[in-house]
Design a binder for this molecule. Structure first.
Ligand code: PHE
Length: 373
């Protein structure tokens, strides 16, 4: 009969030998250390921590061992697996930190770069041109003055010495907002010119008065290549002691030089405006042909239609009756005024052939004027 086996010698399982376990642990740690990126680490994990890894296979052998050996081997394998898990987690954290740092650099966004390619907007050439004209006069000491576009008929006509039956008041020229009320108070119109700002400026200030008044004006014209019911004027008014027509001409010559260059002559042609006396139309020499196209069919000029002169606008010495209406003593003060259309000036200065281009908002029109803002 056989005696109980007291000196049980555990079966030597090759895979569970301490040096084997140690080797598996070392190999796993070396593989993790060698993994250069998270992808390589994932592969090393499958090889050394996966179901078919040496340590997992060794772990499976434990079950077959007798209790004492089972406990020892279990502890050994458990410790090795714990160390491997820890080493994996540490390396993973390391590689993730490296990746995050790299991504921060590689995917960095330079917020100072232009964020899109949508063209920047710019102001309309009519506006920038108006401001250029204003600047010329501001540099001479003029003040910019503005008035309402919906204006009292009194400012637009009466104070400017227009007779009650003056044709300019008639329906075909003026947009009436409301007629005279029952008490005969002034009617309301869309201003037909910037000249009412002359009267407002004189009432607002003590002489001397030097103002430049840009603004939108309205007339009952159809929109076509050379007319628009809404357009812009710049008005100039100077009131001082001893002003003469020579001051007017010199001032306009300075503006012409500033806008079109040196050496262009200007001329005055007699005209009539109720609010100036004497009145004139002011022409400038054509800045393109300088008169060379006149009587010279071989060299026509589109800018001045071969006339040699370009009409700028109306002007004159402020009518004493207007001074009186604005509370200024005509015995002491005299003044000159000048008004011209911005659209017209933009047309001949930039060869714009169709006025409608200025109001249609097509960027192909505005782009060649540049991106002045
Ligand atoms: N207001 C006039 C017009 O619109 C122009 C003008 C202004 C004439 C000032 C003389 C003096 O036609």
């Amino acid at each position: 009969m056989s005696a109980p086996n007291k000196s049980y010698d555990p079966v030597e399982v090759e895979a569970l030998k301490p040096e084997e376990i140690e080797r598996m642990r070392e190999e796993a740690l070396a593989a993790f250390a060698a993994a250069a990126d998270l992808e390589a680490l994932r592969e090393a994990k499958a090889a050394h921590m996966g179901d078919r890894s040496p340590l997992a296979l060794a772990n499976r052998e434990i079950g077959a061992l007798p209790p004492q050996a089972k406990a020892e081997a279990g502890k050994r394998v458990g410790m090795a697996r714990g160390a491997v898990n820890k080493a994996f987690a540490a390396r993973q954290a390391e590689l993730e930190a490296e990746r995050d740092a790299r991504v921060l650099v590689e995917e960095a966004v330079d917020v100072t770069l232009p964020h899109d390619r949508v063209a920047a907007g710019a102001r309309h050439p009519l506006v920038t041109f108006c401001e250029r004209v204003e600047d010329i006069f501001v540099a001479m000491g003029y003040e910019v003055a503005e008035g309402p576009e919906v204006e009292a008929e009194w400012f637009n006509f009466d104070a400017l010495n227009f007779d009650p039956d003056h044709p300019a008041r008639a329906m075909q020229d003026t947009f009436f907002v409301s007629g005279k009320d029952a008490k005969g108070e002034s009617g309301v119109v869309l201003r037909t010119h910037t000249s009412p700002v002359q009267v407002r400026s004189m009432l607002d200030r003590e002489p001397p008065v030097y103002v430049v008044c840009p603004g939108r004006v309205y007339r009952t014209d159809e929109l076509d290549a050379t007319h628009t019911p809404v357009f812009h004027q710049v008005e100039l008014l100077a009131i001082d002691e001893g002003l003469t027509m020579a001051d007017l001409k010199g001032t306009i010559e300075h503006m012409v030089t500033s806008l079109f260059g040196e050496g262009l002559r200007t001329r005055l042609r007699p005209a009539y405006f109720p609010f100036t006396e004497p009145s004139a139309e002011l022409d400038m020499e054509c800045y393109v042909c300088r008169g060379a196209s006149v009587g010279n069919p071989g060299r026509p000029c589109r800018t001045c239609s071969s006339e040699g002169w370009i009409e700028l606008g109306g002007c004159g010495m402020v009518n004493p009756r207007v001074l009186v209406a604005a509370g200024i003593d005509p015995e002491k003060y005299s003044g000159f005024a000048f008004g011209f259309g911005i659209e017209r000036m933009l047309m001949f200065r930039h060869n714009v052939e169709d006025m409608r281009d200025m109001v249609e908002g097509d960027v192909r029109f505005t782009r060649p004027f540049g991106m002045e803002i």
